[in-house]
Design a protein around this ligand. Structure first.
Ligand SMILES: Cc1cc2nc3c(=O)[nH]c(=O)nc-3n(C[C@H](O)[C@H](O)[C@H](O)COP(=O)(O)O)c2cc1C
Length: 433
């Protein structure tokens, strides 16, 4: 009789029935699971190691600390407003050249619904300077992203690679509504996220591409205006959860206002955590912003600080225009909606002076309108205070005063070189050690 050929049992299972074989199967599954765990652990350790090495390399090859100022279209200041002032080209160019000559690295061209157009101001600065990088503040609601991609790349070519874009999702519903934007805060940040992705694609894409997003849809867009270095640095500013998420996951730079060291550290940690969550192997460079009040000695600087505060309070009543609308009086302004300003006001309520010399009455006097935390002291106190933030991880330091041009000159002579010298000595010491 012909027997059906039996399926050969594995050697070790020969002579066993099924129930005896089952423990073996389950042992194999356990072994397989263990192998898988070992593999995944090794893989994740490898991944983690690679990431750590990349971050270490990034901080070893850290770019030098850089300084930022703000562009002013005319001589009007918060202390001495010039009602009805228009663009004073001589002043604009002189201010920009002063920054360039004193080796500031960047100037921010701010945006407000009632202010000047940052792109044309930026092109004028580009023509008048050699090294100064131009940070264009951009609200996504004001310009279609493909147009912005070309406008920024045009400025980048005009300035030989000196354009930077700083994103403002929009901190006030009323301010956004003035230019037809009725999106809520979450939507504004979502739109910013989509916008940044479009800009990067537009700068890099060799081929025409379609976009089917929530906020933007277009077909077969292509730009013939590439940025000089292939892309343009993208900065994001804000202090809300949404800002941390978008800036942490997509920003080359993250802009913060001046908070005490502890709170600044907390914000930096949040931003880095978002970068890591997004799977990034690098991190945004941190930008912190102050309004230093500097004089020959600490005592003289404090006397100057109180004179400035009196002038700010007087102008709050009097009113007056300022740069790009940033210098408008607080008056009886409602509580700010943007988290960055809310945080500044909360900290201001805790006390006038934080850390070495961080002064908050200027915040209260202006209702935390824009960057408003002062640092008060002699050049040495200001230098030491700024170094505290460098030690926390800040790589870009924005400083602008209240007497705009004169303060920019003072910082350029007594602050920038001293901070750089300390950092140079530290780097030499580290290299020798
Ligand atoms: C360094 C820095 C620069 C900023 N520049 C501007 C500006 O030029 N114009 C403007 O309307 N808002 C500016 N902002 C404000 C915020 O970008 C804005 O309030 C944000 O969209 C919402 O803030 P939030 O996330 O803290 O709520 C700036 C913020 C920072 C940190």
């Amino acid at each position: 009789m012909c027997q059906a050929p039996s399926v050969p049992a594995p050697e070790r299972d020969k002579g066993r029935n099924l129930s005896e074989a089952i423990p073996n199967i389950s042992q194999n599954i356990v072994r397989l699971r263990n192998n898988l765990i070992t593999y995944l652990t090794a893989h994740s350790i490898y991944h983690h190691l690679a990431k750590t090495i990349k971050l270490l390399t990034q901080s070893a090859a850290k770019m030098p600390t850089e300084f930022i100022s703000v562009t002013f279209p005319n001589a009007s200041t918060e202390l001495a407003p010039i009602p009805g002032a228009t663009i004073d080209v001589d002043y604009l160019v002189r201010y920009a050249r002063t920054l360039d000559d004193l080796t500031y690295n960047y100037t921010l061209v701010p945006y407000s619904s009632s202010g000047y157009d940052p792109f044309t101001i930026g092109a004028t600065i580009a023509a008048a300077t050699k090294n100064l990088k131009i940070i264009i503040a951009l609200r996504p609601n004001t310009l279609y992203p493909t147009v912005a991609a070309k406008a920024l790349a045009t400025l980048d070519q005009l300035s030989n690679g000196r354009a930077v874009v700083h994103f403002i999702a929009g901190g006030s519903d009323a301010e956004q509504a003035k230019e037809g934007d009725f999106a809520n805060k979450v939507e504004r940040y979502e739109r910013t996220e989509e916008y940044i992705k479009i800009l990067r694609r537009a700068w890099q894409s060799k081929e025409p591409f379609d976009w089917e997003g929530k906020y933007y849809q277009f077909k077969q867009f292509h730009s013939d205006v590439p940025p000089v270095n292939g892309t343009i640095p993208v900065s994001v500013g804000g202090s809300s959860d949404e800002a941390y998420r978008i800036g942490g996951s997509l920003g080359d730079i993250f802009g913060l206002w001046g908070e005490p060291l502890k709170e600044t550290k907390e914000q930096i940690d949040r931003i880095y955590a978002e970068a890591e969550k997004a799977g990034r192997t690098d991190r945004p460079r941190i930008w912190v912003t102050f309004r230093p009040i500097v004089a020959e000695t600490d005592d003289l600087a404090w006397a100057k600080a109180h004179r400035i505060l009196d002038a700010l309070n007087a102008n709050k009543v009097k009113g007056g225009p300022g740069a790009f609308g940033l210098g408008k009086p607080a008056g009886e302004a409602p509580a700010p909606q943007n988290v960055g300003s809310q945080r500044l006001l909360e900290i201001a309520a805790r006390g006038e002076v934080q850390d070495r010399a961080l002064w908050y009455p200027t915040v209260t006097a202006t209702n935390a309108r824009g960057a408003s935390t002062a640092l008060v002291g002699s050049p040495q106190t200001i230098v030491d205070s700024l170094l505290d933030y460098v030690d926390l991880g800040a790589e870009l330091i924005s400083i602008r005063g209240y007497d705009n041009l004169n303060d920019a000159i003072d910082y350029g002579r007594y602050v920038l070189p001293q901070v750089r010298e300390v950092l140079r000595q530290r780097a030499n010491g580290a290299a020798k050690a």
